[in-house]
Design a binder for this molecule. Structure first.
Ligand SMILES: [Zn+2]
Length: 349
């Protein structure tokens, strides 16, 4: 099978940034995805319902007219600044869809993050009470722990005790990147996980072996081929706990190719083709719709989409863009051009 029609996809983890970067990137998400869980790590981080609502308004104001059925949903940044009454009101009014925990210092704009999950137990009780998911960037920040072991360490040291203490709390392990992460989700029924296109399609030799590739550098870092195999097995298995979250995260090339590359892969443009390519190579195109749509709809309790999207494994007969430009003159490298050149995508609306 090399052509498939799937329910119109959702993206349960995306960074849309703000200002001219938001203007430049939001269309890529809005043309390809319906529900999009927007990460709150802008500057300053989104920690109140009012800020979330204003950010959503800025996103919608920047959304181009050819969006298909774009529905940004907002997460608050887990911080002592969150007022619990405001959180509850934001959830009740439908503005706040989730709360995202960042370990302090783990990734882009995470300086305001936490050092201990259990320190936020009062906040998590509001989430558990309202069936609202806690989204977790699962990465230890102890410099003594090897960079490739940090997801496993965080899960064992931080998330396992929380899950044990609060079995009623619903958790999404974001951008799961290791076999240890897949196993953790599989053995903790209160957990689901997002998986990114780049963690499915690449492994660390792609990042490091043939010239260091800042465009593939992200957090958590792309890990070993064995970890990649575990992610592919989970994503293609039909297991409803695993769903697409692109973690599309644009940075200007000046920040990606400077002395310290910023972590993030911009994959909103071609991430779907990259995922389709992985599924096709593993003879699992029939599971693509579950991974990019129905699993996430069930996890987040939203209706199935009306639109569909057709992916055909046919070379595109034009040159695809390899980067985009913002109005202030920055450019961003697009991930997945090679895969995208082999797939023709048609939206049926
Ligand atoms: Zn992210």
């Amino acid at each position: 099978m090399s052509s498939i029609t799937i329910p119109f996809p959702d993206d349960w983890h995306v960074h849309l940034r703000d200002g001219d970067m938001l203007d430049a990137v939001v269309g890529y998400t809005a043309r390809r995805f319906r529900y999009s869980m927007v990460m709150p790590n802008v500057v300053p981080p989104i920690t109140s319902t009012a800020e979330a609502e204003k950010y959503r308004d800025r996103i919608l104001a920047s959304t181009p007219d050819d969006a298909v059925d774009f529905r940004p949903v907002m997460a608050l940044y887990c911080s002592p600044d969150i007022d619990l009454a405001d959180l509850r009101a934001g959830i009740d009014s439908g503005v706040v869809a989730a709360v995202k925990y960042y370990p302090a210092g783990a990734t882009t704009n995470s300086e305001s993050g936490g050092t201990s999950l259990l320190a936020f137990r009062d906040l998590f009780e509001v989430l558990a009470d309202t069936d609202t998911r806690l989204l977790v960037h699962a990465e230890a920040t102890d410099p003594a722990i090897d960079i490739f072991d940090r997801e496993a360490a965080f899960l064992e040291d931080q998330l396992a005790p929380l899950c044990e203490a609060m079995p009623e709390l619903l958790v999404t392990v974001e951008h799961v990147s290791t076999r240890a992460g897949v196993d953790f989700v599989a053995t903790h029924p209160q957990c689901a996980a997002t998986v990114t296109p780049h963690h499915l399609a690449r492994e660390r030799s792609d990042l490091l072996a043939d010239g260091m590739r800042p465009d593939l550098y992200c957090k958590p870092v792309i890990n070993s081929s064995d970890d990649q195999a575990a992610l592919i097995d989970a994503a293609t298995s039909g297991d409803p706990a695993f769903m697409l979250g692109t973690d599309s995260a644009p940075h200007p090339t000046t920040a990606k190719y400077g002395p310290k590359a910023k972590a993030g892969v911009f994959n909103a443009a071609y991430g779907l083709e990259v995922v389709a390519d992985v599924f096709r190579n593993h003879g699992a195109l029939d599971q693509l719709g579950a991974f990019v749509s129905s699993n996430g709809c069930a996890v987040y309790g939203v209706d199935a989409p009306e639109a569909t999207l057709e992916l055909s494994h046919e070379p595109v007969d034009r040159d695809l863009a390899t980067d985009l430009s913002t109005s202030s003159g920055d450019s961003v490298v697009l991930f997945g051009t090679e895969e995208a050149s082999q797939w023709t995508v048609t939206v049926h609306n």
